[in-house]
Design a protein around this ligand. Structure first.
Ligand SMILES: [Zn+2]
Length: 134
């Protein structure tokens, strides 16, 4: 039986919280999440420092990236703690534009992780750097 598509209304932006070169890959992030007891990587997409995109958890599956807000959202993680670049923002904007069209997501529902959890600084960048490119 095919997996039924869930309703997706929101895109939540994250960072990997590391500028260490050895962490700039989806395998490292996946390992971190497996160590935390997740079944797989919690994000649906990962964008490395070169602006290349990697598929994480399939979008039809509920992610594990934002407490209480996973059920109807897609989680996108940009590699970095403080050092982000325009290639990453450009890739993110292209991906987000595509997801907005595919799932009918409104621009107001593209939000940073710390919108939902004020105790977090994630994603550590101003999401207008992506929104302005849409
Ligand atoms: Zn986050």
């Amino acid at each position: 039986m095919a997996t039924r598509m869930r309703v997706i209304t929101t895109i939540i932006l994250h960072c990997s919280d590391s500028d260490i070169e050895a962490h700039d890959n989806i395998e490292t992030i996946t390992n971190w999440h497996l160590l935390r007891g997740f079944s797989s990587i919690g994000y649906h997409y990962f964008i490395n420092k070169q602006g290349s995109i990697f598929n994480g958890r399939p979008v039809e599956k509920i992610g594990a990236h934002c407490a209480w807000h996973n059920i109807d959202s897609i989680g996108i993680c940009l590699s970095g703690e403080q050092l982000f670049n325009v290639e990453q923002f450009l890739t993110a904007s292209i991906l987000i534009k595509d997801l907005m069209q595919k799932f009918g997501i409104e621009q107001k529902n593209i939000l940073p992780h710390n919108y939902f959890n004020a105790y977090k600084t994630c994603p550590n960048f101003d999401i207008d750097r992506i929104i302005s490119l849409l």
